[in-house]
Design a protein around this ligand. Structure first.
Ligand code: KG4
Ligand code: ZN
Length: 349
């Protein structure tokens, strides 16, 4: 019987370890953020991510046991992100998970990172739990620095891709804009903060594919338009207009995301939705999504920020559910930069 797992997440630039038990209860989650290491380069440097994962991972494993007040005897399996992600970064987590699994003689399971984001709203801890009546099927908008996808979640492990971005992820569009404005990296949270006092209608940024009769999205046009706008302004104008620029640009992203989610509700008649991934931390997206849900009578769940951004708790819950179904990975499981075709039904990821 699988009652609790140790979970490891190293797919990108956050090193995270968690202990998750039956029912999605998060016993503890500890993470090492690498933003400071990458920010001088204005983006994630894969080699630096790998090195930092290698340095942080085992100390975090010790720390999570301390924090959860558990020991190895209480751990029945190991969940680890196996795809999609940066190959070198994934290898660090996978090799560690395999080694621990061999040493402790417990099974391990490789998890799709996006499945982690999908189950994140179903996690529980002392201050968060999903609504009692929230159940399958539901719609999931997973929006992060690397992915922007809309799914129909029929049941655990039965995921239909409705649509995804054809080019850049929404988080990438946020980060590029923030970087060009000189707000540092990652820029999403900074753009969010500077937007607070801005006018969302001050500038007219493109909302690509918003009216198209599909779930496909595109943010590369917006990214280029933001870039051109910044280049056309003098430094003092950018400083003066910063709040308006950020608010208008952010609004374009939020408009597109909510239009596609709204379309999915109308077409599928599923009145339940979750928004997850790092960009779901965005305060404007949260506010407007709540207003939309109320107006359209949609039961909307957005997990707390600690489960929105990359974390091992979500990987732990996905892995726990898979191990409980009798699945396990073999030692020859390799990392993959992409999802496997069997992970999701439909086109895209
Ligand atoms: O899920 P996540 O932690 O990592 C990936 O899998 O990419 O998402 C990180 C992304 C970054 O692009 C970051 O700028 C964005 O989430 N982000 C935000 C906010 N907080 C994080 N974007 C907009 N507003 C925010 N408040
Ligand atoms: Zn993620």
């Amino acid at each position: 019987m699988i009652k609790a797992v140790l979970a490891i997440e190293t797919s990108c630039d956050d090193t995270s370890v968690a202990i998750v038990s039956d029912g999605g209860w998060v016993q503890a989650v500890v993470s090492a953020n690498q933003d400071l290491a990458h920010s001088p380069f204005g983006g994630i440097v894969p080699e630096i991510a790998c090195r930092n994962h290698s340095l942080s991972l085992l100390p975090l494993v010790d720390q999570v046991f301390q924090q959860a007040q558990k020991n190895w005897d209480e751990i029945d399996g190991i969940a680890v992100t196996a795809r999609p992600g940066l190959m070198g970064a994934l290898i660090v987590g996978l090799v560690t998970a395999k080694s621990l699994s061999q040493a402790k003689e417990i099974p391990f399971i490789g998890v799709n990172h996006l499945e982690g984001h999908i189950v994140a709203p179903l996690l529980r801890d002392s201050t968060y739990q999903p609504p009692d009546d929230f159940s399958y099927p539901f719609l999931a908008l997973a929006v992060s620095g690397g992915h922007t996808s809309l799914y129909q979640i029929n049941a655990f492990s039965d995921y239909q891709v409705l649509g995804a971005t054809l080019d850049d992820a929404a988080g990438e569009a946020f980060d590029k804009f923030g970087k060009s404005l000189g707000l540092g990296w990652p820029g999403g949270v900074k753009v969010d903060q500077h937007s607070q006092l801005g006018d969302v209608k001050a500038y007219d940024f493109p909302r690509s594919m918003i009216k198209e009769d599909s779930y496909a999205m595109s943010f590369s046009g917006l990214k280029a338009s933001g870039q051109r706008m910044i280049e056309s302004l003098e430094k003092h104008q950018i400083e003066k207009e910063l709040a308006n620029l950020c608010a208008s640009y952010q609004e374009a992203i939020v408009d597109v995301l909510l239009a596609k989610l709204d379309r999915a509700v109308h077409k599928t008649k599923i009145q339940k939705a979750v928004i997850t991934g790092g960009v779901s931390a965005n305060s404007r997206l949260r506010k407007r999504a709540q207003e939309w849900a109320q107006k359209k009578n949609v039961q909307l769940v957005i997990p707390p920020l600690r489960y929105c951004t990359d974390n091992a708790a979500m990987i732990g819950y996905a892995g726990l559910l898979r191990l409980q179904r009798g699945e396990k990975s073999e030692l020859d499981l390799g990392p993959s930069p992409n999802s496997w075709p069997t992970d999701f039904k439909g086109k895209g990821r």
